[in-house]
Write a protein that binds this ligand. Structure first.
Ligand SMILES: O=C(O)[C@@H](CO)OP(=O)(O)O
Length: 253
């Protein structure tokens, strides 16, 4: 890579237990399935085989992303790299939908409504009630976060409002300093970054689905203009994975 370009690799966690069950997940801290661990390992091997290396890694506070990163780094023999875990890269909070089956929700409320909840830019899912057992205010993992910053629900716009400033203030300076950055995060926290990095409109981001466990490589100039973007892996298999994510919101046929 020449001095006037910057590299960023992002990877969505591998299949989680609730991806497998097709449940709205958000901030629910579920682990990877065996298939999810295998996806993460394949992603790590693909990065190693393509000659990628990193200087610093970022992930969320949720174990499905943390474990994905651990597995990727193990495959690359880079377990010693610094890793920053931040709630700002957590999945979008899915409010009171967390734990509901997406296909059941489509059967009950209609596929259009589920598409709005899943992919609209600025419509929030129904919020958690304060005191709900899923309320992040009551969870040890967020005890250092100011209470007024913790959500009861989030639309993509809300997720961008926390994830993008973190990228701008923390990650971008690392890239400008020449550090090669790897981010392991979630479908919608990564869609937040993709929307801003690529300057997409709300209509364009609606159609963007990120496959599990596949590294996505960006090359930028120093002003963060995208020069190149590509997934690493078999194009047909990746397209099938992207379609599978889009289809999760359909009622069972
Ligand atoms: O349930 C979730 O938290 C997300 C990611 O798995 O799902 P969706 O793709 O429906 O936004």
């Amino acid at each position: 890579m020449s001095d006037d370009t910057m590299q960023l690799v992002i990877i969505r966690h591998g299949q989680s237990e609730w991806n497998k069950l097709n449940l709205f997940t958000g901030w629910t801290d579920v682990d990877l399935t065996q298939e999810g661990r295998a996806e993460a390992a394949a992603g790590g091997r693909a990065l190693a085989e393509a000659g990628f290396d990193f200087d610093v890694c970022y992930t969320s506070r949720l174990k499905r992303a943390i474990h994905t990163l651990d597995i990727v780094l193990a495959e690359m023999d880079r377990e010693w790299l610094p890793v920053v875990k931040t709630w700002k890269l957590n999945e979008r909070h899915y409010g009171a939908l967390q734990g509901l089956n997406k296909a059941d929700a489509a059967a009950e409320h209609g596929e259009e409504q589920v598409l709005v909840w899943r992919r609209s830019f600025d419509v929030r899912p129904p919020a958690l009630e304060p005191g709900d057992e899923r309320d992040p205010h009551a969870q040890d993992m967020y005890r250092d976060v100011p209470a007024d910053e913790l959500p009861y629900t989030e639309c993509l716009k809300d997720c961008i409002a926390r994830a993008w400033p973190y990228f701008e203030e923390v990650i971008r300076p690392q890239m400008l300093a020449g550090k090669r950055v790897l981010i392991a995060a979630h479908g919608n926290s990564l869609r937040s970054l993709v929307m801003k990095l690529e300057g997409l409109t709300p209509e364009q981001i609606l159609k963007v689905n990120i496959p599990t466990g596949v590294p996505l490589v960006y090359t930028f100039d120093r002003d963060l203009n995208v020069l190149d973007k590509h997934y690493i892996g078999d194009a047909d298999a990746i397209a099938a994975k992207i379609d599978a994510v889009a289809d999760q919101g359909k009622a069972r046929g």
